[in-house]
Ligand binder design. Structure first.
Ligand code: AMP
Length: 591
């Protein structure tokens, strides 16, 4: 197919925002294309060259594209940049420049074909290393020299990653189904399993819907992930699931789809990018801990503090999103893996099995340890136990829970958001901005580098009515080495085996300490908690209140006596003031 033909379709697509019209235009376009062209066209129309997992992207810097335009038109870069500032679209600028220059140019007007454009764009995307920029510019200018003004517009938009036509992968699928007069389900399923719109398009063209139905799972090719719907009350969730479901912690990390084929391991992100090289530690953990020759399994990777073992908020994982110093980052910001699904194990696709069967298979191939295991989960059939489980999850640093269908129809529905999984999150509340002054009432010994020394403290607030100290959080973050040294030295003499009389606690630390030392702490928010005694029964009959994600600010409040510390009532007030800012209430409302 000539590129000008494709461009005429693009012009039509650009002129409409109606999805149905777009679908019809694309159906016509696919009808005209050969199978191989259909695949190229599918990628190009989405502004891509390959499926995401290949990891090669278009997206040439505008500066380089401007240099290519200068080579072809002879017009100064400054002038081109100025037009770009005015229009905001380098494609339009290219179209205009080429229209006005056209008559003066002596060009070999052999028409560009889709195949040639695609292969040249591939070259542009793949040049690396020394001289790569020059080669990119030269190749692009070669294409532009052969292009009509309209073709130049789309060439520039393609290379710079600005297609702007608003065509989504699902519109392409609709168009392919319309072309065959049906089969949307099969086509969509194939796409969800192979994540490759080009392969789907060429298969539909060449082998029809029956051919596409044969596309299945393959180790090494990411599956589009199953997604969850959301509800905001335990009761609604259980009603939706027919009164029983399997509730799992919803960990606050990054989803990973792990593919194992013998000793080869690949990690794909939720968006099907290959992120293997960023996580050498995960590769090693899976090599050792996945007892299957071949597998596709899913887990949530969560950052944890190596010195306390506590889970850390999602933002900490951002340190792992890097190309350099990957090994060092893996040591500084280690992750735990919590597995929640198995899609394929040793030759057998599992996606059509019900959830609990898949989980059983998963458990059989996991050689579990603290940092490598199944998600925490329980069967629930009444709203109270679901709520209690939710509180426990939040208390341990999770975002909430995922409640999953367990009926025979609870398959792994690739690429779909549906009611087989329902997320139940703590509504996001405003950050605590005030610092709190909390009293140390106990301590835990550290792990790893901190072993033998105190690593985490059990903190309490003062109940001025009962004259006791009630626990409100554990804190292990924010301490420098010298703080831990100082704390070990100061707290050891205060240590006692028995819980001090004035301390009310459910949690048992390694050592108890007389409530004397006051530290300044910041946290993210106040949450309900089944294991801290601060404000027990004040909001909910079976829960207290806790500070979520507490951190030591570095200030020892030796100017304060423990009785001057933050009080239980202040924490209750803080909790209530947070509720007021949650639009529409939701989880955490007093019952
Ligand atoms: P959301 O991103 O809010 O739509 O929630 C879905 C995400 O929660 C998934 O993509 C996973 O990354 C994550 N997740 C955490 N824990 C679980 C779990 N137990 N089961 C499924 N997904 C989980």
């Amino acid at each position: 197919m000539d590129f000008s033909r494709l461009v005429s379709y693009y012009e039509r697509l650009e002129a409409t925002t109606k999805r149905l019209e777009m679908r019809d235009i694309l159906t016509e376009l696919f009808a005209e294309a050969e199978p191989r062209e259909a695949s190229r066209i599918a990628y190009l129309t989405l502004g891509e060259l390959y499926p995401a997992y290949v990891g090669v992207e278009l997206g040439m810097a505008e500066k380089l594209a401007i240099r290519a335009l200068k080579m072809v038109t002879g017009i100064d870069e400054g002038k081109i940049e100025e037009s770009l500032r005015k229009t905001g679209d380098l494609g339009l600028v290219a179209e205009k420049l080429l229209s006005s220059k056209k008559t003066q140019m002596t060009l070999s007007l052999e028409p560009l074909t889709v195949e040639r454009v695609y292969s040249q764009l591939e070259r542009i995307a793949k040049f690396t290393g020394e001289g790569a920029m020059e080669m990119k510019v030269k190749t692009l200018s070669g294409l532009l020299a052969q292009a009509s003004p309209k073709e130049a517009k789309y060439l520039i938009r393609l290379v710079t990653g600005n297609m702007r036509m608003g065509v989504a992968d699902m519109t392409l699928i609709d168009a392919l189904a319309a072309l065959k007069g049906g089969g949307k389900e099969e086509i969509e399923r194939a796409y969800n399993l192979c994540s490759d719109i080009g392969l789907v398009a060429s298969t539909v063209k060449e082998h029809g819907v029956e051919g596409v139905a044969k596309i299945g799972l393959r180790v090494g090719i990411p599956v589009r992930p199953m997604l969850a719907e959301r509800l905001t009350s335990a009761q609604e969730i259980l009603e939706k699931l027919g009164n029983t479901g399997f509730a799992e912690y919803k960990y606050d990390g990054e989803r990973m789809q792990i593919h194992k084929a013998d000793s080869e391991l690949m990690i794909f992100s939720r968006r099907q990018e290959n992120i293997t090289s960023q996580f050498p530690d995960v590769v090693e953990m899976c090599r050792r801990g996945l007892a299957a020759r071949e597998a596709i399994v899913e887990c949530e990777a969560v950052a944890y503090d190596p010195e306390t073992g506590d889970m850390l908020p999602f933002q900490e994982l951002m340190h792992r999103r890097r190309k350099y110093d990957v090994e060092k980052a893996a040591q500084l910001y280690p992750v735990s893996l919590f597995f929640f699904d198995a899609l394929y194990i040793d030759g057998e696709p599992l996606i059509d099995l019900p959830l609990l069967e898949r989980r059983k298979r998963l458990s059989q191939v996991l050689e579990s340890s603290d940092n490598f295991r199944l998600t925490e989960g329980i069967m629930v059939s009444d709203p109270d136990s679901l709520d209690r489980f939710m509180l426990k999850a939040v208390e341990e640093g999770c975002e909430g829970v995922m409640v999953k269908d367990i009926s025979p129809k609870s398959i792994y529905r690739a690429g779909a958001r549906g009611w087989l999984w329902i997320k139940y999150k703590r509504s996001y509340v405003s950050k605590l901005t005030d610092t709190l002054d909390l009293v140390v009432v106990g301590a835990f010994y550290g792990k790893g580098r901190r072993s033998g020394r105190i690593g985490t403290l059990l903190m309490a607030v003062y109940d001025d009515e009962a004259d006791v100290f009630r626990t409100v959080c554990k804190v292990g973050t924010g301490f420098k080495d010298e703080d831990l040294e100082h704390l070990t030295q100061t707290l050891t003499p205060l240590a006692q085996k028995q819980k001090p009389a004035r301390v009310e606690s459910i949690m048992e630390p390694d050592i108890w300490t007389r409530p004397e030392m006051v530290l300044e702490i910041v946290g993210d928010e106040i949450t309900l908690s089944p294991i801290h005694t601060c404000g027990w029964g004040a909001i909910r009959s079976d829960a207290g209140l806790a500070v979520r994600f507490p951190r030591f600010t570095g200030r020892y409040r030796s100017d304060k006596s423990p009785e001057d510390a933050t009080t239980v009532n202040e924490i209750i007030e803080l909790y209530k003031s947070q509720l007021k800012v949650i639009a529409g209430g939701g989880e955490g409302e007093p019952t």
